[in-house]
Design a protein around this ligand. Structure first.
Ligand SMILES: Nc1ncnc2c1ncn2[C@@H]1O[C@H](COP(=O)(O)OP(=O)(O)O)[C@@H](O)[C@H]1O
Ligand SMILES: [Mg+2]
Length: 326
């Protein structure tokens, strides 16, 4: 359910973000398997139209969280919503609009890729019986599986199996597409295909949730990220904003590394020796503004050859987040 703020309440209306429609929502979701807490009370909002990258090392709870959102795994506590419907209670109203690729019971080994997909398509409530064949062929084409569509599933490579699963998620236009590690088993060409498909879905206005342990993949395709560590969400939000929050550090190139470190430390500025071959120092992100730092060094006689603001990569941000919580 979405709430529309009344114009009369404009002055006291919640911030825009609070009224943005959500494609998916987790509130305090928790799931344990025996003594293993797979997902430990996760709150997550997935805005409609976003491409959310769910990041985390293997075993951090990505698949379990996704399965709870889809109603495939029952949560121990907390609630899930898809497209405004409570999951699992109202799953039947949400799921026709949701395409999903998740690990789990797969396709029939002795049927061809096309035959398997025809079976899946027959269970789609929004596909009329006369639309099924066309939808299946279009989906096979979209994932690059047309040529192999007549071969038995059991002869498929891991990458072809992934492509067939992806085709199942794309049988009809979806408001939400959930892809759990879609590039597992795919070669570089397959990975590019997945990126293209995600970009097409985004351009068409669909929301995409894509989990991955590959940071580059997420950085290239996502508008939002959620970072899981040992079942807990350690960061979530817009990718650009998260990367911004991870910046502010300054790289200073200078041959006078020891002197520079002394000067900065005396001034109470956190700094360390630059890694890599180029001599220099790295000023921590809580340091003073660039001009101030340079002035400080130059006044003390340090030869500053170059200074540049660091722009964090997702990889650095991720390392920082997962270290802090360890
Ligand atoms: N069906 C299950 N039975 C027992 N333990 C499970 C099951 N599913 C997941 N786990 C455990 O829960 C944790 C999170 O797993 P998972 O959600 O698959 O993480 P990810 O997808 O990030 O690799 C892991 O420790 C995993 O071993
Ligand atoms: Mg997983």
């Amino acid at each position: 359910m979405t709430t529309t703020p009344s114009v009369l309440d404009a002055a006291t209306a919640p911030p825009v973000a609070a009224s943005t429609p959500l494609a998916a929502r987790a509130i305090g979701l928790r799931k344990a398997f025996g003594s293993t807490v797979a997902v430990d009370g996760v709150d997550l909002d997935v805005p409609a139209g976003s491409v959310l990258g769910m990041l985390g090392p293997n075993g951090s709870g990505k698949t379990t969280l996704i399965r709870m959102l889809l109603g495939l795994t029952r949560a121990d506590s907390g609630t899930a919503e898809l497209l405004g419907h409570a999951i699992p209670d109202d799953a039947a109203r949400a799921l026709p609009h949701v395409g999903a690729l998740v690990e789990g019971p797969g396709f029939h080994p002795f049927l061809s890729g096309r035959e398997n997909l025809l079976r899946v398509a027959a269970t789609e409530p929004l596909l009329g019986s006369r639309e099924i064949a066309g939808a299946v062929d279009a989906a096979l084409e979209r994932v690059g599986l047309s040529a192999a569509a007549g071969r038995r599933f059991r002869g498929y490579s891991l990458g072809m199996k992934q492509r067939l699963g992806l085709a199942g998620a794309l049988l009809l236009p979806r408001r939400l597409v959930v892809l759990d590690e879609p590039t597992n088993g795919l070669d570089p060409a397959g990975t590019r295909d997945v990126r293209r498909i995600i970009a097409e879905l985004h351009a068409a206005g669909s929301t995409v949730i894509v989990s991955s342990h590959l940071l580059d993949e997420v950085e290239a395709t996502c508008t939002h990220v959620a970072v899981l560590q040992s079942g807990s969400l350690v960061a979530a939000g817009e990718l650009a904003a998260l990367l911004e929050s991870g910046t502010g550090g300054l790289d200073v190139v200078t041959p006078d590394v020891d002197r520079a470190l002394d000067v900065l430390r005396e001034a109470g500025v956190a700094a360390y020796r630059a890694p890599g071959d180029e001599p220099g120092v790295v000023v921590g992100e809580d340091g003073p503004p660039t001009a101030e730092t340079i002035a400080l060094l130059v006044r003390a006689g340090v030869a500053v050859q170059e200074a540049r603001r660091r722009r964090a990569r997702l990889e650095e941000l991720f390392a920082r987040l997962t270290e802090e919580t360890r």
